[in-house]
Design a protein around this ligand. Structure first.
Ligand code: SAM
Length: 359
């Protein structure tokens, strides 16, 4: 996969933000607002395309509307209306001969594409996920996550209870993992560590990819029992069974001891200051002084412009008691729990790697 240079990505991104701001200032406020009011429907349109498997049906080449409608079992007129909107966003294209084809964004909706976001959109467009978001106003009023009010239990407990939704969530996390995988691997040399523990590493997508590229490193995948139940089979399939062990437990109790690096990817953002601090305390208790803690998160910028982390921050408000944080907020949180932030490594994705050591 081609990873563009970071300065180029940052320059183009700031020009894009400047142009978007200029447009919104130019047109009357209500015109700019209307565009945003309906913007959420594009997520639903992408979700419908993913559920129908449109991108998969175009893998072998362009198809006419009638062929596609038959293949995905859809109404031909409704399908072309769905595709018209998606095409206007660059998802799918219509050729001169009227047949539909894939674009790079549509490729990412294919089930077996190298970086597929299909499972992520299946989660974010799912009725359960949307149901939680429909209570955003209550979350803002109370400052408390929705699942506790709606289901009487915290989000991660609910995922264990409703295993269809839980599995949909686990697959989506792996899919989101794949999204930033190459940029993370390109930005940081994980191979310098002999033993790497991925704490709450989910299905192990990041750790297995690190181990594949760092043949001298050993790994430990740690997460809740249900989440890692199938991990040993997957590790065996990938030929990593002898280099990666699987341990289950709660990061509020204890984590594997004595590793050289501890990964916490998208973990601290799930929790408020108190619980994020408890996780840091548990990890610190397992670490030798020479070990490094590697926090991978979408660190919030100080500026008022657009940033994906600002969306995920609201997702954290709706689902869990977590939040996205700025670099200063991470530095402070780490300091309160006996760590010193030593380095921030940006990637071409919104993810950053924060390296810390025990103070
Ligand atoms: C947002 S996901 C991140 C997963 C993975 N690190 C990634 O980046 O895809 C949060 C993970 O925390 C795990 N988790 C939640 N509560 C936990 C606990 N008490 N102990 C260990 N893992 C937990 C969940 O099972 C889930 O895999």
């Amino acid at each position: 996969m081609r990873i563009p240079p970071l300065p180029l990505v940052q320059t183009v991104e700031s020009i894009r933000n400047l142009l978007a701001t200029a447009y919104r200032r130019l047109v009357p406020g209500h015109v700019a607002l209307m565009e945003l009011i309906t913007a959420g429907w594009i997520t639903q349109a992408i979700h419908a395309a993913a559920e129908l498997g449109i991108a998969d049906e175009l893998t072998d080449g362009p198809r006419s509307n009638a062929e596609l409608a038959a293949a995905v079992d859809a109404d031909a007129d409704a399908l072309q209306r769905l595709l018209r909107l998606l095409i206007s966003y660059g998802i799918f294209t219509k050729q001169r001969d009227g047949r539909y084809a894939l674009t790079p964004m549509a490729e990412a909706l294919r089930r077996d594409s190298p970086v597929s976001l299909r499972d992520a959109v299946l989660l974010f467009g799912s009725p359960s996920h949307r149901n939680h978001w429909s209570y955003l106003v209550e979350a803002v009023r109370s400052g408390e996550p929705v699942p506790e009010k709606l289901h009487g239990m915290p989000f991660f407990e609910y995922l264990q209870r409703d295993r269809d939704f839980g599995e949909c969530y686990d697959r989506a996390m792996s899919s989101m993992n794949a999204f930033a995988l190459e940029p993370i691997l390109a930005a940081y040399d994980f191979g310098r560590y002999e033993t790497i523990a991925d704490i709450a590493g989910g299905e192990g997508t990041l750790l297995t990819e690190i181990l594949r590229r760092a043949p001298r490193s050993q790994g430990i995948l740690f997460d809740l029992p249900d989440v890692i139940a199938s991990a040993p089979d997957r590790l065996a399939e990938l030929g990593l069974a002898d280099r990666c062990t699987v341990e289950s437990g709660s990061f509020f109790d204890s984590v594997p001891k004595g590793c050289d690096a501890y990964l916490l990817k998208h973990i601290l953002h799930d929790w408020d200051e108190h619980d994020a601090g408890r996780i840091l305390d548990t990890v610190r208790a397992a670490m030798e002084p020479s070990a490094r803690l590697l926090i991978i998160e979408m660190v919030l910028p100080e500026h008022a412009g657009l940033h994906p982390g600002k969306f995920i921050d609201l997702e954290m408000l709706v689902q869990v008691s977590g939040r996205e944080r700025t670099e200063d907020e991470y530095r402070l949180l780490l300091a309160r729990h006996g760590f010193t932030l030593t380095r921030r490594v940006p990637t071409v994705s919104p993810e950053n790697i924060l390296e810390a050591r025990v103070s």
